[in-house]
Design a protein around this ligand. Sequence first.
Ligand SMILES: CC(C)(COP(=O)(O)OP(=O)(O)OC[C@H]1O[C@@H](n2cnc3c(N)ncnc32)[C@H](O)[C@@H]1OP(=O)(O)O)[C@@H](O)C(=O)NCCC(=O)NCCS
Length: 173
Amino acid sequence: MVHTRNAILPDVEQIHAIIRAYSGNGTLLPRTLAELRENVRDFVVAEDDHGKIVGCGALHLYGMHLAEIRSIAVTPSTKGLGAGRKLVEALLQEAARHEVTCVCLFTRIPEFFAHMGFSIARRDDLPDKIYKDCVHCPAFNACDEIAMYRGEIPKHNGVRDLQIPKPLVKLTV
Ligand SMILES: CC(C)(COP(=O)(O)OP(=O)(O)OC[C@H]1O[C@@H](n2cnc3c(N)ncnc32)[C@H](O)[C@@H]1OP(=O)(O)O)[C@@H](O)C(=O)NCCC(=O)NCCS
């Protein structure tokens, strides 16, 4: 029987191994050990009866208007046993605990997430994600991932609050 719990630092190497197994073919974005240590509090893991980590998923918070499910995967031998659903449910509960009103994700398997209650979104409705990741991605203009959301599409977003930084020194003399 698989259960989920919040990840802790000693889990990072197992999380890294799960993500690495799916990042070679572009299914998941690669994550370095350093990134995972820094963001370990975003992660939930699925653990089997022997304490082995068989799945992981992360919730990145943009603000109360939006969070994003990322890096969700289970080991090949655990697929189809309900761990993926438990991870999604745990991440949605975490979003609810923070009173987040919309959870989004980008995926090539929309059927799985539709099954979990997500609907297809317009990318333009999720500018936080576009500014954070997509603009830096080589596939920006040829992205084959489907944007999905659950909850209320944000009416206003964190990006609107961004200030253009003022130069530290005067540029003209
Ligand atoms: C996607 C993934 C996390 C699903 O995990 P899982 O443990 O196999 O899923 P579950 O067993 O919890 O399945 C839950 C339900 O979704 C369905 N489902 C599972 N994978 C599905 C898929 N690819 N398409 C449609 N439905 C799917 C199951 O039939 C099950 O339905 P039920 O509850 O009505 O019986 C897993 O297949 C995986 O790790 N894939 C590789 C990594 C990946 O693609 N991650 C997503 C990146 S956005």
